[in-house]
Design a protein around this ligand. Structure first.
Ligand SMILES: [Zn+2]
Ligand SMILES: [Zn+2]
Length: 386
């Protein structure tokens, strides 16, 4: 079968200490400090076989994520930009939906049948480690990630653990066009990351709250829709990209601004009549710029939730958090706590409509062109349709 594969050379930077874990597994914990000269190719690879507890999916749609783009983009020394856990060569793609075409052995497959339409968690938690057993699958100590450390879905077929699959029938009931339903189902994953951030980590907000979202990429766009659907009185969004500001409006943001043209804290204090933001979401990955602004706009009992990734130290003025009775939450992942089924229900109910954020579609045979297009950052979500 055809699959989109990223390869790269293992060349740790001179100051990078390779750990025993990395030597043993061939995985880099900090990808951008280890992988050099990445290259992207459409290759012929053997079709996977589902092992015990796994199902084989025929992939029907797979979205391109910012992480996928960062695999292929490099810095001045030709090191890849993606900073996280990775192993190459690897079939990429982790935002997907597909149809079950084969079921591996094992009692775990009960409840799933050939022909079922599903989307899949990317965080492949083990279920056995202390974090998993304590109810923190996103912090699994034996974590594998689909499209990062195990083969992903920019391919005709993928074998996945059945414990990660969720049926998406309600999405198909909502969208008359099956192809659109597949694409929407493939956007479940980033929306679940937003759900985990807003509700599970930050504990949500009361209806009537003022919510601010920095960064209107797929996670920010998810946060905007979740906030509106959950009764936020105003959702105020900041993004430097004009395309993304327009998408933010399309999915329901009340106010959108370019943070290079307006001072976010001033704008928010004005719009909220001096009361500030009850919840601010950092989905821009620029905390050095956003956190100081978010601090200044904290409502009494305000919350800041950080989901955008940036491996950097950020100055904070803690006095502000004390005086404003405020808190900050770190979020990663999308697993556990009923997040996937809740988001699928919201999509099925029309409370979230990600069909609005899908702007381009490519066949798998055109995947290289699709990735090239993604580097231009002029789209919402780009879909690959094997
Ligand atoms: Zn992603
Ligand atoms: Zn675990």
């Amino acid at each position: 079968m055809k699959a989109l594969i990223v390869s790269a050379k293992w060349e740790p930077r001179p100051d990078y200490v390779v750990s025993e874990f990395e030597k043993k597994t061939g995985k880099a914990v900090e990808g951008s400090r280890v992988w050099r000269h990445p290259c992207l190719e459409l290759q012929d690879v053997p079709q996977p076989k589902p092992g015990p507890g796994e199902v084989l999916l025929r992939v029907r749609a797979c979205g391109i994520c910012g992480s996928d783009v960062h695999f292929c983009e490099t810095d001045g020394d030709d090191y890849m930009l993606y900073p996280g856990l990775t192993k190459f060569p690897m079939v990429i793609g982790h935002e997907f939906a597909g149809e079950i075409v084969e079921i591996g052995k094992g009692p775990e497959s009960q409840g799933f049948r050939i022909g079922d339409r599903v989307t899949v968690e990317e965080m492949t938690w083990c279920g056995y480690c202390r974090s998993c057993r304590d109810g923190f699958p996103n912090q699994c100590q034996n974590l594998e990630e689909i499209g990062f450390t195990v083969p992903g879905a920019m391919a005709e077929y993928i074998a996945v653990p059945v414990k990660l699959c969720w049926k998406v029938d309600s999405i198909f009931e909502r969208y008359a066009d099956e192809e659109v339903a597949w694409e929407v189902a493939a956007t479940t994953e980033p929306t679940c990351v937003a759900y985990n951030t807003v509700f599970e980590r930050a504990g949500g907000f009361r209806p009537g709250a003022y919510v601010v979202v920095f960064g209107a990429g797929p996670i920010g766009l998810g946060a905007i829709q979740l906030a509106k659907a959950s009764g936020a009185a105003k959702v105020i969004v900041f993004d430097v990209s004009e395309v993304r500001r327009r998408l933010a409006k399309d999915v329901g943001a009340d106010h959108v601004f370019n943070p290079l043209e307006a001072v976010p804290s001033e704008v928010v204090m004005e719009i909220t009549s001096g009361e500030g933001a009850d919840l601010s979401v950092e989905a821009a990955g620029s905390p050095d710029k956003t956190i100081p602004e978010m601090e200044k706009m904290l409502a009494i009992n305000g919350k800041i939730a950080v989901v955008g990734r940036a491996a950097q130290r950020v100055p904070m003025f803690l006095e502000r958090f004390q005086v404003r009775h405020s808190q900050l939450f770190g979020a990663q992942g999308h697993s556990g706590d009923g997040i996937f089924p809740s988001v699928i229900r919201m999509m099925g109910a029309g409370l979230i409509d990600n069909s609005k954020i899908i702007t381009s579609r490519y066949a798998l045979s055109q995947a290289l062109s699709a990735m090239k297009r993604a580097t231009q950052r002029e789209d919402g979500k780009i879909m690959i349709k094997p």
